[in-house]
Design a protein around this ligand. Structure first.
Ligand code: IVH
Length: 664
């Protein structure tokens, strides 16, 4: 084959493969067998090996990329990726429609209603008809370039049809279908691996992989609902956009409704609530948008969300199931918490087999018994809870549970804290308690030692490499080589993270020690007040109460902790390991935020403590609750009750980009 012949054949094969891909994944009407598809693909691969210059970025052979990448580069969005305001009732939805009518000064407003897909927001850009990049939302202004991972999504065209916009940027949602999720979890269960919590988290995890081969093993899909840029084509409405998506071979929602009055709008969201149960992806609501772009522009946007769209969230789904057993979970402070093991049941698209029961008093109050039929409810991230017992379904075979008198792990007699309804195992060597303590110490808000996940911590404790947090600093390659299923690369990463943690701010260490009642905020106050861990250690209860936010319950707890022989020794070992005990006097970065008081909520690009540090370094104050004194609420994704409260109190709400802009 000459080079010219090969070039022509390669182009023919690419076009054919793209066409078959579309027929298979988008239109679900394949015209050739999988085997014939593979033959075409292999022929193309052969040509590309023989003539490497003929390999193109949009070649169907390039769906699973080469070597893992080091990290994601950042992409600045051409148009910011905004989020949506939420409503939870039909009344609020009617009020939204009334606002549209007022804003546009007319009675009938053409709207579209789409399912709100519960996945991960994405932007995809085509230039010269070829997929250029795909990025996550990030902070709305810049996101991660996840192109290699997105290319593994078979329904995503790598090139656009010749006719049509050649520069085209579209917005959509990446998801894992309910079917794929269930199959994946079934395989994991069989392999004895930890199950994925829900499709959305699994999607996030798959997209964040640095090795696209792993992403490819967790099949994802996409739907598109918006447009950020299109050249050489007239797009005047959402409806126009749907036609463009169809033409480009980009998938849109399976059902889309139209309504131009409040009654039809409400009928549509009710219909969607029925249909969504049989959609292939999880949905948590409906998105209502004004159809015409001219109207959208007229209505405009707020700092956070467009005024021309709203999300209507459905009430969390409930299900009925049976309580098979009530087990005891051991927490970091030794708290013994009852957990209901359930007959697995599908709620909001994922299988639920555990529910939290909070404490034994709740079990008593709700009269929950083993064998009971119960109603459980799941709202988003939250672990499902038992809402009520179907007492009318009792057979008499149900068994009440009695609060434990001994720790189920180490057998030590428990301590019952009357006021707090908490039952604790006070054995500081109880293996479960030790695991929880270490998990807390390495967590993001504390010492932030990444990579030390639950299973590694469990192994470290079980093979007795680690019995307390100071032991983490005695680990080396040789010792870690005894861990099972942990590669040398991971070991190297742990050791680096452990080393880096020595320089952490000492309040993180105090918080990480897990002293009863001392949260991150309290730990920070302690260091601001005392200046060093040693000063805290020798303070009397009275001196401790002089510290802001440290009251009559916390002070004795801190005092007692530092006077326990074992803890004194622990502190000395941490000192010897070279951990930072002294509060660095942070030079104020600026006084740009002087006189302002902040509350942080929702998911942001960095953890809250880090953002709080930034605010303080620039002269601002940070508190935990919204009040009349709050100047700004910094709201990330999935902001909840604090956002509602701020709105009610008229506190100014800022999105992260605006906050960053204030500091720039
Ligand atoms: S429109 C300008 N339509 O929901 C706002 N968003 O809570 C653009 N989402 O960030 C969003 N399905 O990730 C829109 N049919 C849909 C959607 C949808 C899911 C997500 C999207 C957005 C989030 C807002």
């Amino acid at each position: 084959m000459t080079h010219a012949e090969a070039a022509a054949r390669a182009e023919f094969l690419r076009t054919e493969l793209h066409r078959h891909n579309r027929l298979y994944y988008l239109e679900a009407r394949p015209v050739i067998s999988d085997k014939d598809f593979d033959l075409l693909l292999r022929e193309l691969q052969g040509i590309e090996i023989q003539f490497p210059d003929l390999l193109t970025a949009d070649s169907p052979t390039q769906r699973v990329g080469g070597a893992p990448i080091e990290g994601f580069t950042q992409i600045r969005h051409t148009v910011p990726m905004m989020s949506l305001d939420n409503t939870y009732s039909e009344e609020d939805l009617a009020a939204f429609f009334a606002r549209l009518q007022k804003g546009l000064g007319r009675e009938k407003i053409d709207c579209v209603i789409e399912p709100k897909v519960d996945g991960v927001a994405i932007t995809i850009r085509y230039e010269n008809g070829v997929l250029k990049y795909g990025a996550t939302r990030g902070d709305g202004q810049t996101g991660d370039d996840v192109t290699v991972n997105l290319k593994t999504i078979k329904s995503l065209p790598l090139r656009l049809p010749k006719e049509g916009p050649q520069t085209f940027e579209v917005r959509g949602e990446v998801f894992m279908s309910k079917a794929v999720f269930n199959k994946l979890n079934q395989e994991r269960e069989e392999a004895g691996e930890q199950l994925f919590a829900n499709p959305r988290n699994t999607t996030t995890g798959a997209l964040k992989q640095l090795d696209s081969k792993i992403t490819a093993k967790r099949p994802l899909d996409l739907v598109f609902y918006g447009i950020a840029d299109a050249t050489g084509i007239e797009v005047q409405s959402q409806a126009d956009m749907y036609a463009l998506l169809d033409h480009a071979g980009l998938r849109k929602a399976d059902h889309i409704w139209r309504a131009d009055n409040a009654a039809d709008l409400i009928a549509a969201i009710r219909d969607l609530d029925v249909k969504r149960k049989s959609l292939p992806y999880e949905t948590d609501g409906a998105v209502i948008k004004v159809n015409r772009f001219a109207d959208q522009r007229h209505l405009g946007v707020t700092s956070k969300a467009p005024r021309w769209a709203i999300a209507y969230k459905y009430a969390p789904e409930q299900a009925e199931t049976t309580i098979l057993a009530i087990d005891i979970q051991v927490g970091r402070t030794g708290a013994l918490t009852p957990v209901a093991r359930l007959e697995p049941v599908l709620v909001s698209g994922s299988t639920v087999s555990n529910a939290t029961l909070h404490n034994y008093e709740e079990i008593e109050r709700k009269d929950i018994r083993i064998g009971d039929r119960v109603i459980i409810e799941k709202a988003g991230e939250i672990i499902p809870a038992v809402v009520s017992v179907k007492t009318e379904k009792r057979t008499g075979a149900e068994r009440s549970v009695v609060p434990p008198t001994h720790c189920p792990i180490c057998g030590t007699g428990v301590h019952r804290d009357e006021e707090q309804v908490v039952i604790r195992c006070l054995n500081s060597h109880c293996p479960e308690v030790v695991k929880r303590r270490i998990e807390h110490f390495v967590s993001r808000g504390a010492m932030d030692i990444s990579g030390l996940g639950e299973s590694v911590v469990a192994q470290l404790v079980e093979i007795k490499l680690v019995k307390d947090v100071a032991d983490l600093y005695t680990l080396n390659e040789l010792l870690l080589a005894r861990l099972e299923r942990v590669g040398t690369k991971s070991i190297d990463n742990y050791l680096k993270a452990v080393e880096a943690s020595k320089k952490q701010d000492p309040y993180r260490l105090i918080f990480g020690l897990g002293i009863l009642h001392v949260g991150a905020g309290g730990a920070r106050k302690l260091l601001e007040h005392f200046g060093s861990i040693d000063a805290i250690a020798v303070a009397t209860v009275e001196e401790l109460t002089q510290c802001p936010d440290i009251g009559s319950i916390v002070a004795p707890s801190i005092h007692a902790w530092f006077h326990e022989e074992e803890n004194i020794a622990l502190i000395e070992r941490l000192r010897l390991a070279g951990l930072n005990f002294i509060q660095n006097v942070v030079e104020a970065a600026s006084d740009k935020l002087a006189g302002t008081s902040w509350v942080i909520t929702g998911t942001l690009s960095e953890d809250r403590e880090t953002i709080a540090d930034t605010i303080r370094a620039n002269g601002g104050k940070v508190s935990s609750g919204v009040s009349g004194k709050t100047t700004y609420l910094l709201a990330g994704n999935d902001a909840g009750s604090k956002l509602d409260k701020a709105t009610k109190l008229g506190v100014k709400v800022l999105a992260e980009p605006e906050f960053r802009a204030m500091l720039a």
